[in-house]
Design a protein around this ligand. Structure first.
Ligand SMILES: *Cc1c(COP(=O)(O)O)cnc(C)c1O
Length: 368
C-alpha cells in the first residue's frame, strides 16, 4: 500500500495543504514569545498544591458537572450573577466549540474578525468548515468601524471574534465601536469578546451581558499565570451558553487541572499581584523602548508589547543568538511589516531583551 495514496483518499485537501502550528523549542532560552507569566507560585502554595494533587482521584472521570470549579471561577473571576460558565481545555478549545456550533454542511457560516488577529480564529473557522473573513485594522491598529459594519452587512457573519485587548497588537478597541458591532450583529450574529489579557487590561465587557444577548465573553487563566494547566472559560446568555455546552466534550477539563485551578483560585490575589508587577514592568519597558532610535512602540494593555524596528528579521536573529526568544510578526499581516512582539517578563529578563535589542540596533546602524 502507498501511504500517500491513503492520505490523498482520506484526508481533507485543505488539511493536506496546511502545515502544523509551529511552536519553537525554547529550552535554554529566555522565553519571551508566548505571553507566559514568568513567576512561579510561592513555595508554600506549591507544597500545599502538591498535597491536593496527591489526593486527586485519577482513576475516575472528572465530576461531569464541574460544579465546584465553576462556582470557584464565577466567584473569583467575576462572572455576573445569573450567568453560567462553560469550561474549556484552554480557550483555544472554546474557540473551536464556538466555530463548530455555527458551521454546518447545509449552511456555510462566516466567522469574521479584524486582522491581524489571534491565529486560532481563522484556523478554527477553517477546521469547522466555516469561511473566515478578515477585516484589516487601521494603520494604528484601531478598528476600521466602517469596514467592519460593511463586512457585517455583506457577509452576515454568525460570529465576530474581537480580542480585547487584541493579540498581536496589544491595544483595546474603542468601547463605542465594539457596541456598534454588537448592535449591527443584532439577532443574526454573536460577538465573542476574547478577554485573554483581562488580568492586565482590567477592562471587560462582562458587565454588559445584560444589555447584549448576542455577547459572549471568553477568558483564560493562561496569561494570568496558569498556562500549563489549560483552562479557559466563557459566559453568555444562559440559553445561548446551553447550545455551546452541547458541543463540549463531556470530560474536557481533566482532574489535575480541576484540582489545581480550585486551589490556586483560592489564592488568586497572588496571581493578581504578579500581574500588577508585570504591568509596572510593561510601563518601564515601553518608555525605554520608545527612547530607542528607529523604534516605534505600540500602546499595550496586555502583558506584551508590539513594536516596529528597522529590520525585524535581523533583530530576532541577533536576539536568538543571545538566547532571547521573541516573536517576529512581520509575516502575519502586511500591516505588521518589521514588527516584533515581546512578552513582558521579570525585570532581569526584560533588561536582557532591551540590551539585546540595543546591540542589534547598533550593529544594524554600523552595517549601514
Ligand atoms: C493566548 C490567547 C488565547 C489562548 O489561550 P489558552 O487558554 O491558553 O488556549 C486566546 N485568545 C487570545 C487572544 C490569546 O492571546
Amino acid at each position: 500500500m502507498n501511504i500517500d495514496n491513503l492520505i490523498a483518499n482520506v484526508i481533507r485537501a485543505d488539511i493536506r495543504a496546511d502545515s502544523a502550528y509551529v511552536v519553537p523549542d525554547a529550552s535554554g532560552y529566555i522565553k519571551l514569545d508566548a505571553m507566559e507569566n514568568p513567576y512561579a507560585l510561592p513555595e508554600a502554595l506549591r507544597q500545599e498544591l502538591a498535597t491536593r494533587l496527591a489526593d486527586a482521584v485519577l482513576n475516575r472521570y472528572p465530576v461531569a458537572s464541574y460544579a465546584t470549579l465553576k462556582q470557584k471561577v464565577s466567584a473569583k473571576l467575576g462572572i455576573p450573577a445569573g450567568y453560567g460558565v462553560l469550561l474549556g481545555n484552554g480557550s483555544d478549545e472554546l474557540i473551536q466549540i464556538v466555530t463548530t456550533t455555527v458551521a454546518s454542511q447545509e449552511r456555510r457560516a462566516v466567522v469574521l474578525a479584524p486582522v491581524p488577529a489571534f491565529v486560532m480564529y481563522a484556523r478554527s473557522a477553517q477546521f469547522a468548515g466555516a469561511d473566515f473573513v478578515g477585516v484589516p485594522l487601521k494603520a494604528d491598529f484601531s478598528l476600521d468601524l466602517d469596514a467592519m459594519l460593511a463586512a457585517i452587512a455583506e457577509h452576515k457573519p454568525a460570529v465576530v471574534f474581537l480580542a480585547y485587548p487584541n493579540n498581536p497588537t496589544g491595544n483595546l478597541f474603542a468601547t463605542d465601536e465594539v457596541e456598534a458591532i454588537l448592535r449591527a450583529l443584532g439577532e443574526t450574529g454573536i460577538a465573542v469578546l476574547d478577554e485573554a489579557y483581562q488580568p492586565f487590561a482590567r477592562r471587560t465587557f462582562m458587565d454588559r451581558l445584560g444589555e447584549f444577548e448576542n455577547l459572549v465573553v471568553m477568558r483564560t487563566v493562561s496569561k494570568l499565570g496558569l498556562a500549563g494547566i489549560r483552562l479557559g472559560y466563557m459566559t453568555a446568555a444562559p440559553k445561548l451558553l446551553a447550545e455551546f455546552e452541547k458541543v463540549r466534550p463531556p470530560y474536557n477539563v481533566n482532574v489535575l487541572t480541576q484540582v489545581a485551578a480550585e486551589f490556586v483560585l483560592d489564592h488568586v490575589e497572588v496571581l493578581d499581584a504578579q500581574a500588577a508587577s508585570i504591568n509596572a514592568e510593561r510601563e518601564r519597558l515601553a518608555v525605554e523602548l520608545a527612547a530607542l532610535p528607529g523604534v516605534e512602540v505600540f500602546p499595550s494593555a496586555a502583558n506584551f508589547i508590539s513594536l516596529r524596528v528597522p529590520d525585524a528579521a535581523g533583530v530576532c536573529a541577533k536576539l536568538l543568538s543571545g538566547k532571547v526568544l521573541i516573536k517576529n510578526l512581520s509575516k502575519m499581516h502586511p500591516s505588521l511589516a518589521n514588527c516584533i512582539r515581546v512578552t513582558v517578563s521579570t525585570p532581569e529578563e526584560n533588561s536582557a531583551f532591551l540590551n539585546g535589542l540595543k546591540a542589534a540596533l547598533a550593529s544594524k546602524q554600523a552595517a549601514t
